[in-house]
Design a protein around this ligand. Structure first.
Ligand SMILES: [Zn+2]
Ligand SMILES: [Zn+2]
Length: 576
């Protein structure tokens, strides 16, 4: 019997031997993976034998991990961690000499394309092992290269693609991701756009297949979620420009419609929503929010609410965050309000109510109430300023009467009544469309228009009047002796519902240097007739970018003050 046959027979025995501890078996397998056994040149006939034995040994290691839960078998994890350097040397060799620059006439190629991602995906599940693995230079690059190459060579090794995604998913674990991991994936692929195109393309292909497999779909969703991480702007903007938002909303919509009976279903929903939620939380560009609303996030989210109530209790919390933190903070943009109006009509048409939306319904009603109130302000504002959107098609000019114009999917700025107008306009629009796309890709937020700023001012005055009674009460309670002209009412629109606060003017800084000096002066000189209101619309903004104006002191407050002052002033002690 040759040495090779002997070794293969021995490995077979090890695989069947169930009496031994996994660590003891693993120790024996490591002997077949010693670095000195790696072939040094292509000429040696024994090289093929060594590769055959290594492939079987690696497969046996994966088998051991599959049979014994790594979480419960810490000894096995420690021994695997110690053996990792030799495993890695073999993997790097196999990749270099059997896949990239092959020494062996492609005979091992198909198997290597499967075994490398299988080993990485299996070992990468454990935190300790993952740490050892991801600190190995070249590892992420190697698996990322295999993942990208699979785009063209997928037919060679069926299943290799999804195994690569699974492995990368484990290794790029979001909570302990080593530095530069995403950068390594991007440089292996060439540029961020390639990463985005391949990752989103595969997700879409899986979602569009006739009977999408939820487990596979989940791996792709989770991978896109990881790669599009909003904390990495270079990657995040690339995903946004490749339609991350509509793709995710579409998948969410079709998942809740089909509601496949799969254990992975709730995870798919959680991750789709999580990805959209993170995108919104960090979004600065209101047009992205319009895109999400127009794609149908609200009906999809509400439907998911009812389906998820028994499956995943955390979903309600995530859905509410999306509504009350993510979407809500954009309700001061007219463009977003327009998309909300459209969504509300769609929800009514689909007859979605408390029975369908489950725990999300209450939160949705709060959101809806605010939205309707602001839509009222918007309607008045638009009528007064005669501003309506029009179709940009040459000579068309169709009005946006029932919010039925559609946004150009490239720049999101221009609207058309249909594809015919868009086609006719493209030869002129394309220049400005492309430059807008470039700005968005660079993360440049479109400047707020003068009209939008005026609209915010209308909203501020509207809300001040609406809350006049509580503002009056607050002033009476906290600053009963100070003239309303020396006070500032702060309306914080970043919380849902808006938060009201009263401050004295000192809060704005020393009056000589304050940029609102003239407004403060105006209020002071009015002697109690005018008061200052101020709004925060976006979290993290500089004080200088807030909105502030002076307005009349509410009638109610004036009356109450008069009666208090009057109590002292109008009843002088009787002159004896
Ligand atoms: Zn038109
Ligand atoms: Zn465009």
């Amino acid at each position: 019997m040759t040495n090779l046959h002997h070794n293969l027979l021995r490995l077979k025995e090890l695989r069947c031997n169930s009496g031994e501890s996994p660590v003891a078996t693993a120790q024996k397998v490591y002997l077949y993976l010693q670095p000195r056994l790696i072939p040094r040149s292509r000429s040696l006939a024994s090289g093929r034998g060594a590769i055959e034995v290594a492939l079987q040994s690696l497969d046996l290691i994966c088998h051991l991990c599959a049979m014994h839960c790594l979480n419960a078998n810490r000894d096995l994890v420690h021994s695997l961690t110690a053996a990792w350097p030799r495993v890695w040397k073999w993997l790097a060799f196999l990749h270099a000499r059997c896949c990239e620059n092959t020494w062996f006439d492609d005979v091992y190629r198909t198997r290597v394309l499967v075994i490398i991602p299988t080993v990485l995906g299996t070992l990468g599940v454990d935190e300790e092992l993952r740490k050892a693995m991801t600190s190995t230079p070249g590892l992420i690059t190697l698996i990322a290269k295999m993942w990208i190459a699979e785009e063209n060579e997928g037919f060679e090794a069926p299943g290799s693609g999804i195994l690569c995604v699974r492995a990368l998913n484990e290794l790029l674990h979001p909570y302990e991701r080593p530095e530069n991991c995403l950068e390594n994936v991007i440089s292996a692929a060439g540029d961020p756009d390639t990463v985005t195109r391949v990752a989103l393309g595969r997700l879409e292909a899986e979602a569009a297949s006739k009977n999408p497999n939820c487990d596979t779909l989940f791996v792709h969703i989770s991978f896109v979620y990881t790669l599009s991480d909003a904390r990495y702007p270079f990657s995040h903007h690339s995903f946004l420009c490749h339609n991350l938002i509509p793709v995710m909303v579409k998948i969410l919509t079709s998942l809740v419609k089909q509601h496949p009976q799969s254990e992975a279903f709730p995870r798919c929903i959680m991750f789709c929503t999580g990805c959209l939620c993170d995108t919104l939380t960090l979004a600065k560009e209101p047009l992205r929010v319009c895109q999400m609303l127009d794609a149908g996030i609200l009906p999809a989210l509400l439907r998911a609410g009812g389906l998820m109530v028994d499956l995943e209790p955390k979903f309600a919390e995530r859905g509410l965050t999306l509504l009350t933190e993510g979407l809500y903070k954009f309700l001061s943009y007219r463009s977003v309000l327009r998309s909300v109006a459209k969504s509300l009509r769609r929800i009514r048409r689909l007859d979605i109510g408390a029975d369908i939306a489950g725990p999300l319904w209450e939160g949705f009603l709060v959101f809806k109430m605010t939205a309707l109130d602001r839509l009222g302000v918007k309607k008045e504002f638009d009528e007064e300023h005669i501003t309506t959107y029009k179709c940009h098609g040459p000579g068309c000019n169709r009005d946006d009467d029932s919010d039925d114009l559609m946004r150009c999917a490239g720049c999101l700025k221009i609207m058309y009544c249909g594809s015919q107008c868009q086609r006719q306009d493209w030869s002129t629009h394309k220049y400005c469309c492309k430059s807008s796309q470039k700005s968005m890709r660079d993360g440049i937020v479109s400047r707020m228009s003068k009209r939008d700023n005026e609209f915010r001012m209308s909203l501020l005055l509207h809300d001040f009047e609406k809350h006049a009674e509580s503002i009056t009460n607050m002033i009476q309670d906290t600053y009963p002796t100070i003239s309303p002209s020396l006070l500032v009412t702060l309306i914080d629109y970043t919380s849902c519902p808006p938060n009201l606060k009263i401050q004295t003017v000192d809060f704005l800084g020393p009056s000589e240097t304050c940029i609102w000096r003239s407004a403060i002066q105006k209020a002071e000189e009015s002697g109690g007739q005018l008061t200052i209101i101020m709004a925060v619309f976006e979290a993290g903004r500089e004080l200088g970018e807030l909105l502030m104006t002076t307005t009349e002191v509410p009638e109610l407050l004036k009356r109450r003050r008069l009666s208090i002052l009057g109590g002292d002033a109008c009843e002088p002690p009787l002159d004896q």
